[in-house]
Ligand binder design. Sequence first.
Ligand code: FEO
Length: 165
Amino acid sequence: MLKDSVQEALNEQVKHEFYSAHVYLAMCAWFEDQGLPGFASWMRMQYQEELGHGIRIFDFINDRDGKVIIEGVDAPPTSWDSPLAAFEAAYENEKAVSKSIDDLYDLAGKENDHATRVMLQWFITEQVEEEASTKQAVDRLKLAGNDSSALLVLDQQLGSRTSAE
Ligand code: FEO
C-alpha cells in the first residue's frame, strides 16, 4: 500500500513523463517542418520512450494498490530558434526529470517505502543515459555550427536510431 505522499509524487512523475513526451512530439513536428527527418525520427522515438516511462510508473501505482490520477499536461512549446536550441531544451528537460526522480527517491526513503525505491533505481540509471544522449547531440550540434553539410550528416546519424530505448 502506498502512502499518500508517495502516491501523490508518483502521480506527479507520471505527469512529468507525459509532459516530456509531448515536448518531444512537438520537437518531432518542428524538425519535420525544418526538413530534418533524422532529428524528427529521433524525437519520435524519444516521445515513445517517455510514454513508456509514464506507463511504467502508472503500472507500479496500480500494482501497489494505489490510485492513478491522470491530469492534463501543459502545452509544450511549438518552435525553437535552431536545432541546437531544441536539443539544449531537451537536455535541460532531462536534467529536470533527473532531479524530480532523485527527489522522489529521497521521499520514498523518508517514508521507508523500499519497493518504490527499488522501482526508481531503474529510472535513476535510465536518466544517466537520457542526459548523456541529449548532451551528446548538443555537443555535436555545437561542433557543426553553421555548417549545413555537418548538420545533414548529424541528421542522418540521429535518424539511424532504431528503438525507443
Ligand atoms: Fe523519462 Fe527522458 O525522462
